[in-house]
Ligand binder design. Sequence first.
Ligand code: SF4
Length: 346
Amino acid sequence: MKTLLEEVHNGTLPGTPALARLIAAGTAAADLRARAAALARAETERSFGDGVFIRGLIEVTNHCRNDCYYCGIRRSNRAADRYRLTKERALACCAEGHALGFRTFVLQGGEDAHFTDGVLADWIRAIKSAHPDCALTLSLGERSRESYAALFAAGADRYLLRHETADGAHYAKLHPAGLTLESRLRSLRDLREIGFQTGCGFMVGSPGQTPETLAEDLRFLSEFRPAMGGIGPFIPHADTPFADEPAGSVEQTLFLLSLVRILLPGVLLPATTALGSLAADGRERGILAGANIVMPNLSPRDVREKYMLYNNKLSSAAEAAENLADLERRLQGIGRRIVVSRGDAH
Ligand code: SF4
C-alpha cells in the first residue's frame, strides 16, 4: 500500500478499485496513516511554511428551505430554535473579529429566502467597506448563476459549497428528491467560472459511504482542483433521520485530509469544527495530517447553540474566536503559528 501512496504522491491517481483499497488500508493501519501525514505535512510546509490561517465564522441564519437528512437545521426539524442575524449584528461580529486579528470572514447559513441577492449585496458592500483589508467568504448553499454573479460583483471573494459526495446514488441517500448531485456540480462550476475562489468537500463516514465513493470524491477533487476543501467527519444529530447512524471516524478523516493535501498541495484545507468536536485534540491532529486553516466561531454568543448542525458541536474554548490565545497556544504546541492575513489561495 505504501507503493500506492507513493504513486499518489508522485501525481498518479490510481483507478477507483486501487484507490478504494488504499483508503480502506489507511483507515485501518496507523503506520500507513503516519506515512501519509508525513508526506502531507511536508507538502503543507512547502506551500505555507508553519503558518495557519484563521477564518472568523459568522453563522448568519439557521433557517433553511432544504431537508438534507444529515443536517440539524433541516426544515423538518421542528425542535430547532430559528434565528437570523441583522446586518448590524453581523457587522459587529466582523468588527470584533478584525480587532482580534481575523482578515477573512465566512458568512455561513442555510438556504434562507430572506437573503435575497439585494440583501446579501448590501451586507457584502457594508462589510467590505468597513474592512477593505479582509476577504469575504460565503457559504450559503445553492443559488442561481445570476445570483452568484451578483454576489461576486458586490465584492465577495470566496464561496464554499461542499459537494458531499461525488457519487449520484450516494447523494440521493443523503438528500431528498429535488436535490441532485448534477445541480450541485453545476453550482460549483458556475462559482468558479464567475471568479470565486471556490471550495468543495465532503463528510467522512456519512451513511452509505464506502471506500469506493470516497475514491470518487478524491477523483472529483483532483479534477476540479478547488481552491479550498472542507472535509470533516459525519456526526449524527438527534432530530434527523440519521440520528442512530454511527459517526465517522477521526482516523479515516485524518487519512483523507492527508490524501487531499498530497493530491492538492496548495489547497486551503481546514481542520474542521466537526473534527474538533469528535476528539479533544482533533484540530491539532488535523493540522498535523495536512490541514492549514482553522475557523473559530465569531457568531454572537447567544446564537451559537442554535446553529447545531450535529450533536455536541463545539463553539466554545479554542473554537470560539474570543479565545484566540488558547488556540495560539495549542498551535504553538505543534510547531505552528497563526498568520494574520487574508490567506488567499495560491
Ligand atoms: S445541509 Fe445546508 S442545505 Fe441542507 S438542510 Fe442543512 S443548511 Fe440546509
